[in-house]
Design a protein around this ligand. Structure first.
Ligand code: SF4
Ligand code: SF4
Length: 279
């Protein structure tokens, strides 16, 4: 499939449909890849794709210093397709300026797992294909089991668990930088007049930072896990995000990133909503 991927990138760059292709390149070991930015058709051989392609490349689509004037081609795993769906919902770029090159691996992270090109070309087609692939499969089974363990704790035990985890946060913001949905030009944590969140890595500010970030991602996080993988302290951010996503699903019957035409729950309302949460 790697030849098909390179051929598609070659076509897009060669015919001038896109000015840049963002994909994965070979890392220092067979299990490592890193993002590559390709501007010329004769450089497409730098592209690789395998089960170890884990960065969420959609993070670059809102970066003004990286996005070209013309269109961009994006190597898009199911995680990128879902991220693009959220970013299009949130009107972060003109969808006609992003050409998706759909790819998927049967078992991400597993050596030798089969990878293939996705058939769809448009965002709508790829969303449907991704939904079909993920149907009946819980990609975060391990995370879901741990969320259940946390739910079984008393509120005091849960608070103690998270206080302990957040106490290790060094406020490097790698989680924010790795996340496609953390695109605010000025993050709340950097505002100091007034200062909403204490900025030094101490328990109170750490707690605010991590909880506020989780709330800001409610109904938007697609569960790619890039934030948890980026965290140098190994804080289980995926558990927090999965819990919030679960609450959103139960309350609004909504999962982020499967249909960019559906209004997101945190930015829409129904006039017949019983609004029980207000009581
Ligand atoms: S899992 Fe983390 S990086 Fe991925 S969308 Fe959710 S908050 Fe962002
Ligand atoms: S990546 Fe980890 S240590 Fe860094 S700010 Fe985020 S939670 Fe804290």
């Amino acid at each position: 499939m790697i030849e098909q991927l390179r051929q598609r990138a070659r076509e897009l760059l060669g015919e001038g449909t896109v000015a840049l292709v963002i994909g994965y390149g070979r890392g220092n070991s067979p299990q490592a890849t890193f993002p590559v930015f390709i501007k010329k058709a004769d450089e497409v051989d730098r592209l690789v794709f395998n089960p170890f392609c884990r960065n969420n490349l959609a993070v670059y689509l809102t970066r003004k210093d990286i996005m070209p004037k013309g269109a961009v081609g994006l190597v898009a795993r199911p995680e990128e397709v879902r991220s693009v769906a959220v970013l299009v919902q949130e009107q972060q770029f003109d969808p006609d300026k992003v050409v998706l090159i759909g790819v998927a691996c049967a078992e991400p992270g597993k050596e030798g797992a089969a990878c293939e090109m996705l058939k769809g070309r448009t965002l709508k087609e790829l969303e449907a294909e991704v939904a079909e692939r993920l149907k009946g499969r819980d990609p975060a089974q391990e995370v879901a089991a741990k969320v259940q363990e946390l739910e079984a704790m008393t509120p005091e035990q849960r608070l103690a668990f998270w206080e302990k985890e957040f106490s290790r946060c060094i406020r490097c913001y790698a989680c924010r930088q790795a996340c496609p949905m953390c695109y605010c030009e000025r993050c709340i944590v950097e505002k100091n007049q007034p200062q909403w969140i204490p900025s030094s890595p101490r328990p109170l500010g750490n707690y605010f930072w991590n909880v506020i970030r989780a709330f800001h991602l409610a109904g938007r996080c697609i569960g790619c896990g890039a934030c948890a993988r980026a965290c140098p302290m190994g804080i289980p951010l995926d558990l927090l995000n999965a819990k919030v996503a679960r609450e959103v699903k139960e309350s609004f019957a909504y999962e982020a990133g499967f249909d960019h035409e559906v209004p997101p729950p945190m930015a829409s309302f129904r006039t017949d909503d019983e609004q029980e949460f207000i009581k």
